[in-house]
Design a binder for this molecule. Structure first.
Ligand SMILES: NC(=O)c1ccc[n+]([C@@H]2O[C@H](COP(=O)([O-])OP(=O)(O)OC[C@H]3O[C@@H](n4cnc5c(N)ncnc54)[C@H](OP(=O)(O)O)[C@@H]3O)[C@@H](O)[C@H]2O)c1
Length: 320
């Protein structure tokens, strides 16, 4: 099969488009013909400096396509069904062998590229806001990295839950693209002082929940934006910044900082069903999987470089 592979981590130029052996279908798994790959924030970080589970390595968590083969012990999937899957690596390839449990059926009428973009961003955003952030109707929430995959999902889910939604991005143009998805107030952090701006917008109260997939210095600012009893969620390190934090502001206001990792929850029935609900809601149009651009799989290097240029709003998709 064709795959975008690399032999060592580094910049987008490490990708090679090569023939590699077809994966074998596991007895409790399915073999999927990839039709769309959603490039996740974690894929970019893995390519830049993650572990190589195999050499050459096929990076990537999330993809969707059609089942070509079903394992001998599988009873609830059949050849020809459309599924989206999440697995630790292997998305940047024409074929993918995964356990059945890591697949969700794609409803009729939902475009396969949109389906490819749902499980991780929406599953992560849901866990950040509700399972761990305990967001309530009428509360205020700040979504850092609002134009990213997790950010855009979080904006939509928070708005739907009746929260007042603030989001950050690196330009006014990006922020304008977030407004139709439920952002009430946007903060261009390159021009405004974020902490001061949140204090102004909340009349000095701060935010009840902050979702932070950016990390580094931004996470420090996230803590400074919290209201009394506010909950900050650290869910990523898109900035590749440092991890040292001053947590002295938490204690005085009964504030908290919680780490969220969807990978630790995704095998539970709760998370599996929650993700299926989001897929169904995208299929009905209640939620939107935002796709910014599509590249051929052979141009994976260009697609990763485009993401790193910080122009994308939502997902960049690869098509084999
Ligand atoms: N823990 C989990 O379960 C989990 C699940 C999913 C993702 N994640 C992590 O969450 C992070 C975001 O994932 P994603 O899929 O939303 O990524 P993404 O779509 O690439 O979005 C990342 C966003 O971060 C913002 N950003 C701010 N500073 C940045 C910097 N220095 N470099 C790059 N981007 C920067 C960018 O917006 P601006 O350019 O507008 O600032 C961009 O929109 C990643 O670290 C990912 O690994 C964790």
């Amino acid at each position: 099969m064709k795959a975008a592979v690399y032999y060592s981590t580094g910049g987008p130029e490490v990708f090679r488009y090569e023939d590699v052996p077809d994966p074998k279908c596991h007895p409790r798994g399915v073999l999927i013909e990839t039709q769309a790959v959603s490039i996740e924030g974690g894929d970019v970080l893995s390519r830049a400096g993650g572990e190589l589970a195999t050499t050459p390595h096929v990076v990537g968590y999330q993809s969707a396509g059609v089942i070509r083969e079903v394992g001998a012990h599988v009873t609830d999937r059949h050849v020809g069904q459309r599924v989206v899957t999440v697995s630790p690596f292997g998305s940047h390839a024409a074929l993918r062998s995964v356990p059945v449990r890591s697949t969700w059926l794609v409803p009729d009428g939902l475009a396969i590229d949109e389906a490819a973009c749902v499980p991780i961003p929406f599953g992560t955003a849901d866990d950040c806001l509700f399972e761990f952030g305990r967001l309530q109707r009428g509360e205020t929430v700040l979504i850092q990295g609002g134009g990213g995959g997790v950010g855009l999902a979080a904006i939509q889910l928070a708005k739907r839950a009746g929260a007042r939604v603030f989001a950050t991005a690196s330009s006014d143009a990006k922020l304008e693209r977030l407004r139709p998805f439920g952002m009430d107030e946007g903060i261009n952090y390159r021009e405004a002082d974020l902490v001061r701006e949140i204090a102004r917008l909340t009349e000095g109260v701060g935010c009840d929940v902050v979702v932070d997939p950016v990390g580094g210095d931004v996470l420090q600012q996230s803590l400074a934006c919290l209201a009394y009893r506010g909950r900050a969620i650290t869910v990523g390190n898109a900035s590749r910044g440092g991890r040292l934090l001053d947590v002295s502001s938490l204690g005085g206001g009964n504030r908290s900082l919680t780490g969220v990792y969807l990978g630790a929850e995704i095998a539970t029935d709760r998370a599996y069903d929650m993700i299926q609900r989001h897929i169904d809601d995208v299929a009905t149009g209640e939620l939107t999987a935002v796709i910014d651009r599509t590249f051929p799989l052979a141009a994976a290097a260009d697609a990763h470089a485009y993401i790193e240029s910080r122009q994308a709003v939502g997902r960049v998709v690869l098509v084999p």
